[in-house]
Design a protein around this ligand. Sequence first.
Ligand SMILES: [Fe+2]
Ligand SMILES: [Fe+2]
Length: 164
Amino acid sequence: MSNTLDNLMAAFAGESQAYQKYSAFAVQADKEGYTQVAKLFRAAASAEKIHAGNHLRAANKILTTKENLQEAINGETYEFESMYPPMIEEAQKSGNKTAERSFSMANTVEKTHARLYKDALENLGNNIAADIYVCPVCGETIVGNIPEQCPICKASGKMFIKID
Ligand SMILES: [Fe+2]
Ligand SMILES: [Fe+2]
């Protein structure tokens, strides 16, 4: 059974990646004018998302919201404490500025996520209704009002995506 659990989590990771990859490929196909190919990529992406969700459910990794918030805090904290710092350092050393920026933006935003999740967990059941916005460039996540510009990457607040 533990082998099957490992397999489910490996398949979950693979399908999640395929979802992201095909979604990005769809945007590229649209840019190149291949609208039908873009549609096919989006269709396969949505199927891979379903597969990923099925695997995660089969692995019994979706618990109560209280437990899920704690899991989310743990994941985000691992990313900004242990995962990204050595990756940023390595990218700096090798002079890969694009990778360094990609890692650094994610690293900073994971701190925001951990904070917002902690706040949501502490106030579970009494969470105050508020708008939530995401920066389309760096992913910074803002609860409340859209800022003039992104505090992390300086993108215009006009570009922020409102989350339903
Ligand atoms: Fe995050
Ligand atoms: Fe940003």
